[in-house]
Write a protein that binds this ligand. Structure first.
Ligand SMILES: NC(=O)c1ccc[n+]([C@@H]2O[C@H](COP(=O)([O-])OP(=O)(O)OC[C@H]3O[C@@H](n4cnc5c(N)ncnc54)[C@H](O)[C@@H]3O)[C@@H](O)[C@H]2O)c1
Length: 247
């Protein structure tokens, strides 16, 4: 496999960690973009070293902030070289029924989960097109595909991720750059483990496979989408949800 340079946002979260490890196993160089207030870089790097991954470049910033993204991209390129693979993975939830949702909860989720795609992808997409090879992978959600009560903000942002993916895929189709989305179901990460135990139990009951996804099962799809042989797939949304929803 050709060695590429990958930039992963939300890299120190549950899914991000699995994606960084999968890319490292594939032989790629990985830039782990993290939020300096939410993530503990030193602890994460120590855990990665312990697990046999010693070679991650780290850049810190808020994906909802344009200037941070400009700076993170420059730092990443200076330390690791041109970025070939981008995974827009950082995300948050601020769940509330619409009647009770306030503007701050709406804005936080739209800015972090959707506007971030503009902020981060802008740093790399044109350069990938100029070099004639690139992979952009956007993490959506089953709840962006089917909608979910209590998540008007999150469902809107994650549906927006799919629209963004389809539009940019068309723009870059002749340039060797593919743009795809992954819509995971419920994955065993901090985000899901934060759900109240009885509610999580009832969610798992509704999943035909009666279990959560392992982060590695989502990361494997990133490995595929980042590969040379995925070159004919673009604008797609891969639904990986244990049978919870068929599009
Ligand atoms: N866990 C699930 O069940 C599930 C299901 C579908 C989709 N997703 C999506 O997968 C992605 C990863 O989620 P996860 O489950 O690993 O959650 P997580 O909470 O473990 O990780 C999210 C990461 O994003 C980072 N982040 C949050 N806001 C940020 C910001 N403004 N700037 C930079 N980094 C920021 C956090 O620091 C964290 O490391 C998210 O986009 C999430 O919406 C998760």
């Amino acid at each position: 496999m050709t060695q590429r340079v990958a930039f992963v946002t939300g890299a120190m979260g549950g899914l991000g960690t699995a994606i960084c490890q999968a890319f490292a196993r594939d032989g790629h160089k990985v830039v782990a973009a993290y939020h300096p207030q939410y993530d503990d870089k030193d602890k994460w790097l120590a855990e990665m070293k312990e697990a046999g991954f010693a070679d991650f470049v780290c850049v810190a910033g808020d994906v909802a902030n344009w200037d941070d993204c400009v700076r993170m991209a420059a730092e990443a390129e200076a330390q690791a070289g041109p970025i070939d693979i981008l995974v827009n993975n950082a995300g948050i939830t601020r769940d509330r029924m619409f009647a009770k949702m306030d503007k701050a909860q709406w804005d936080a989720v739209i800015d972090t989960n959707l506007t971030s795609l503009f902020n981060v992808t802008k740093q790399f997409a044109s350069k990938m097109a100029e070099r004639g090879w690139g992979r952009i992978i956007n993490i959506s959600s089953v709840n962006g595909v089917k909608g979910q009560a209590g998540q008007t903000n999150y469902s809107a942002a994650k549906a927006g991720v799919i629209g963004f993916t389809k539009a940019l895929a068309q723009e870059l189709a002749t340039k060797g750059v593919t743009v795809n989305a992954i819509a995971p179901g419920y994955v065993a990460t901090k985000m899901v483990m934060a759900i109240r135990e009885d509610i999580l139990k009832s969610i798992i009951e509704t999943i035909p496979m009666k279990r959560l996804a392992k982060p590695e099962e989502i990361a494997a799809a990133c490995s595929y989408l980042a590969s040379d042989l995925a070159g004919y797939m673009t604008g797609a949304t891969l639904n990986i949800n244990g049978g919870l929803h068929f599009q």
